[in-house]
Every structure is written in C-alpha cells, then in structure tokens.
Design a protein. Sequence first.
Length: 350
Amino acid sequence: MIGRNEPCPCGSGKKFKKCCEKKQSTGLDKVLESELVSLQIDMMRYAYDKFSGELESEASKYLHNFQLDQEKKDAFEELIHLWVMFTVKREHGRTIVEDFVQSNENKFSRPQVKEWAQSWQKAYPSVYKVSNIRGELYTMEDYFTAEKTRVKFIDREDELSKNELVVGMFVPFQEAHVVFMSTFERGTLEAILIEEHLQKIIGEESVNAEYVQSNFPILAGSVLEFELSEKDVQELPVQDEAQEKVLELFMKAADDREYPERFKQFVHMLWSMYCMKESPAIRNEANYAAALIYFSDMHFMEEQMETQKGLAEEFTISPGSVSSTYRKLDEVLQPVIQSFQQDIEEALQT
C-alpha cells in the first residue's frame, strides 16, 4: 500500500496525496454521485408508476390558489409531488417513500445506498435561505425553523448568492446534504419582499417542522407566485436615523456630482435593500455614504472617477474605512444589480 506522503508512482514527482490519491477519490466520488442520482430516479419512478393519479390530484388541489406561468407551474407541481411522497401518510400509515424503502429493502446495490434511502425517509421540502457560502459548501437555513444544513450542489454551474431563497429539499449524502431532484430559487431582491409576505402568512402561528410539513403547498406557492413590481422597489424604506443620515450624505455628494435623479433613486433603493437585509450597526455615517459613492462609481460609471483616497479626504475618514465598507456593500448588493442593469443604464442617460 502506498503511503500518502510517498512519491506518487505515476512519476509526477509529487506526493501521492497531492496527485493520484486525489484522482482516485474523484473517481469514487463520481461513482457515488451516479448511485445517488440513480436512487433519486428510482424513487421518482416508483412514485409515478404506482401513484401518479394521487400525485396529480394533490397538486391540482393547490394550483388554483396561485397565478403561475408555465415554468412556475411545472416547478410547483414537482414540489407538491415531493411533498406528497415524503410527508403525506397513506391509509396504512406510511408515505410513498417509506413504501419504496420497504419494498426495495433487499434490492439496493450496496449497504451505503440502503443507508441513504433509509435516512431520506425523514426529509421534507421547505423554504431555505442561503446564510453562508464557503467554497463548494453552502449553509442553508430553513426560513421557518432556523435549522441549518450544510449543502453541496453537484454539477451546478451557476452559484447561489447569500440571502437568496431556495424552495426544495435536501437529503444526506456523505459529509453534507444534496438537492433531491431540483429546486426553485428567488433572487436577493425578491427575497426581501417575499420574506415580509411569508411573515404575514405565518402571523402568530407557532412554527416548527410539523407546521412546515402541513402548510408547505401554501408556503411554496406564495414564494413561487411573487412578482417584483417597480412600486415594490421604490417603496423600500430605511429603518432608522443613522441609515437616513447616510442617505442624506450620499444625496448631497451625488448632487455635487450631478448624478441623474432617477439614478439616485436606484441607489436609494439599493441602500434600503442593504439596510433591510443586514440591519447595519452604523457608527460613522460618512463611511457608508463614501462607500455608496464608490460602489456607484465602480459598478455603473463607464470610467472610474473616484478613488478611495479622494473619497476619504472628502468625507474626512480613512481610505481603509471606504474600502472595508465598500466590500460589505458589494457582497450583498452586487448579485442584485444585474436585475436592474438595463434600467440603471437608462437612468444614467436621463
């Protein structure tokens, strides 16, 4: 057996742990991922072959409550099917997934696959918020129960952003969880207002896992149905005097620079979004006002005009304060501005 710190036998000159051991692990990972996908497909095939009528009937009970385009309708139906499969007890007291596991108990390809199937019986779909991202691992927080789950997305090309909402279900796989079949996602800006809407739905209810399982169709449908309007964006408020003071300082500096009025409204919107999401503890309003000017310059101007040193002198703060506060803004707001890129370009021309 080759030691991990010995030279790799392939002749690369690297240690085995830095070379072909990784390749072996990657190969095994691909085999396990293939078996993971096969197990999910087998579960879905079992459900649709034996219970398609029940699945469609349950979905139709809730579809009429929401105005959904075809893409959202398809996603909603799939989510309801998962909800039925994993949480709805049938006449004999078992779910469809529990039936699947019981009927295939001696047919799984290897013990590990059987363990996956057994552990998945407790899963249920919910609405999650992306609370942290570290490399390939996402920390997903159940919006209703605040339970956190480490998730690895397999073969996903685009990245999620912090604070986005994800409707779907995650199941155990090796050291993390993975998506079961697919998810439906809402961007950061939409998420702010969707969260307010969900709070109205919940009201004074005591929210736990049982509540989510019982009310998932209504909760999921509300998330999918939401459409962001221009009025929603314009009416985003700031929360306190310090946040309002930042806005005043920014507007004065923006007026000095002759920013177009409509463009200033967009920055006002972005600042309101940031405040609603982060609830920043503001000790020096000038730091944030300068960072907003720098953020605007970096993202929206054809040529970069501002420097951190120049803004620091203008606002009587340190360049480091501009830099660190800008990074805070950028982390939250940069993923959102793409949704309004065309509108912002038009605003800059007026």
